[in-house]
Design a protein around this ligand. Structure first.
Ligand code: ZN
Ligand code: ZN
Length: 148
């Protein structure tokens, strides 16, 4: 059985460094590219054996579930609105779906910003702080002091 890790709205998957616990994101295209032999943590520059830790996977699934629930809720809400005209069918959506708690790391993840590493011309989402202090390119490990 394979579990596909859900991507965010912009197509990035969440990764977590097993050395420093830093979160960052990359696109599956870049991460699975044959030209990329190792993935480096943009914060500490080390290579982790696995970036998809259990809590990342769990959180990613919760985020995807919450997102899907919202879509379904909105769709039913629409249906309900249309049904007001038609009294034959009573259709009521009670309340917003209960959201699985995504905390505590969610807020940190939301703050990640897309930047382009000039050395590899690939993008990753990293903490804005790292953009200022310089970040290791996740794809070649070179420290970039200016990332846009
Ligand atoms: Zn790290
Ligand atoms: Zn690079």
């Amino acid at each position: 059985m394979s579990i596909s890790v859900p991507t965010d709205d912009e197509g990035y998957v969440l990764l977590k460094c097993e050395h420093c616990g830093n979160f960052f994101k990359g696109t599956p295209d870049d991460l699975q590219d044959d030209g990329v032999l190792h993935v480096f943590c943009p914060s500490c520059g080390l290579i982790s054996d696995s970036y998809i830790t259990d809590d990342v996977l769990e959180l990613a699934i919760k985020m995807a579930t919450n997102y899907a629930n919202d879509i379904i809720y909105d769709a039913f809400k629409n249906l309900e609105r249309h049904n007001r005209m038609n009294s034959m069918i009573k259709f009521k959506v009670e309340k917003k779906p209960h959201h699985e708690t995504e905390d505590p790391i969610r807020s940190g993840i939301e703050a990640l910003e897309i930047c382009t590493f000039p050395c590899c011309k690939r993008t990753a989402k990293i903490k804005s702080l790292l953009k200022m202090t310089g970040a290791y390119c996740p794809f070649c490990g070179v420290k970039n002091y200016e990332v846009e």
